[in-house]
Design a protein around this ligand. Sequence first.
Ligand code: ADP
Ligand code: MG
Length: 563
Amino acid sequence: MSLNETDLQGALKKYFGFSQFRGLQEKVIESILGKQNTFVIMPTGGGKSLCYQLPALMCEGTAIVVSPLIALMKNQVDAIRSISSEEGIAHVLNSSLNKSEVKRVKGDIVSGVTKLLYVAPESLTKEEYVDFLKEQKISFLAVDEAHCISEWGHDFRPEYRNLRNIIKRIGEDIPIIGLTATATPKVQEDILKNLAMSGANTFKASFNRPNLFYEIRPKTKNVDADIIRFVKQNSGKSGIVYCLSRKRVEELAQTLEVNGVKAVPYHAGLDAKTRAKHQDMFLMEDADVVVATIAFGMGIDKPDVRFVIHHDIPKSIESYYQETGRAGRDGGEGHCLAYYAYKDIEKLEKFMSGKPVAEQEIGHALLQEVVAFAETSISRRKFILHYFGEEFDDVTGDGADMDDNVRNPKKKHEAQEEVQLLLKVVNRTGEIYKSKDLVNTLIGKSNALIISHKTHEQPFFGTGKSREDKYWMALIRQVLVSGYLKKDIETYGVIRITPEGREFIESPVSFMMTEDHVYNQAKDDSIITAAKSGGKAGGTDDRLVGMLKDLRKSVAKKLGVPP
Ligand code: ADP
Ligand code: MG
């Protein structure tokens, strides 16, 4: 099929009423119309659905769309039906249909009316459906939310793993379109491998959200009061507050309500009617704030969410990015505020303890990235984008000044020699250690692994003793972001040296580093010791600092150490 630009534009206008394609949409659609395997990586809200909907409407035959959530499929089917006079143009095939409904769907596919058939992956495993579909004219198969195929994604669904086999049975050479908003290189690799679409045309949009402001605050006992203050400072604006547990959701929604904030709770423990009601209240702006577990958000498309608060730090950078990504979809202000305490990380680790070992290791590796992100003092945007395999210039890049660290920079110092030492140690120990073991090697602390490799007998063992372990950890994280080292995710975080790193050993250049934020661990709470924190970004909340000083004194007294 050959289509020129105006044909595509015309089709866009005709079916969707839009006058322009967004970003990479047009290129993606051309690739699909050319019957090529196509891989689309675009942030949430980027307009992925249209990438398969438009070609499906234009092609002969039926496009199968695999999607993980029934609610999401229903929304899309309704939307497509609303632009057509033919109700059968889009259908959902799932286990809730009765016999006559299934018959109707099949009839519409056979007669060629149905252009889009949405199926959940588990429905697609049904023999009856597979046998039927393999006899039909299928234009292509789209796998939406394709990251569900990977354990390294934020939403692994084992049923997605069977897709390749089923596709094979429906038709060897049906083009496959994978779509996801998860940008980590490891997840992408998993998708390409599991869907066997290695030669796919890949389209990746930037994940930078320049209008979002990122801020991390230490999580103290006063977190609720701090949230109330923040919400009140932003009164009349829409926002989401995420909590880990249903109980916390209920409590916090009530606390907000008592304090004069129009807030509603949302979590999977509420009945469907209440959930729908609260969601509508938020959409219709009868409620300003929804306090929710992560059950809230998938498929919610409120463009003017002005803030997303994480009462509890999420379990991965992907989750953080997805959840914060619900702010500022219209391009306007979007403040992303997360509260961090290391003990919350320990709590998340504990949740995983019953799981299979491999899953625990993945979970642990993902959590370590969250720790690094929370504690870092470098550009948060640069950190996130590096995590997604994207380079970002934290001076000239779009949105470069939109985070707490950049607005409130820590003092930098020259660390060239230390970087050189670190790189040499990585090199001479044979690129087998994770960051913790490298730090131990540098400060001269041995453990079983270090002894088994005889690293403790090496002349460089302990040569970084003049610095604390935290200092080295911060340096490793920054050297990773700079690209002199890289983390091997397959082995859950073994650190390797890059060609640029080898070059650095020979001819070192300036490396300006800042130390990480320090979050102290008191008995029952975590307190930040860095003075610059709290209040609105850019300013210092003197009261909070004073309070923290007092707290630190009393903790020191209890422990019998100088404050
Ligand atoms: P994603 O799946 O990438 O998260 P969606 O497909 O849900 O994003 O699209 C997000 C929103 O963008 C939808 O409301 C959709 O109608 C809108 N949209 C998509 N493409 C265009 C376009 N070319 N012009 C205007 N709006 C668009
Ligand atoms: Mg989507």
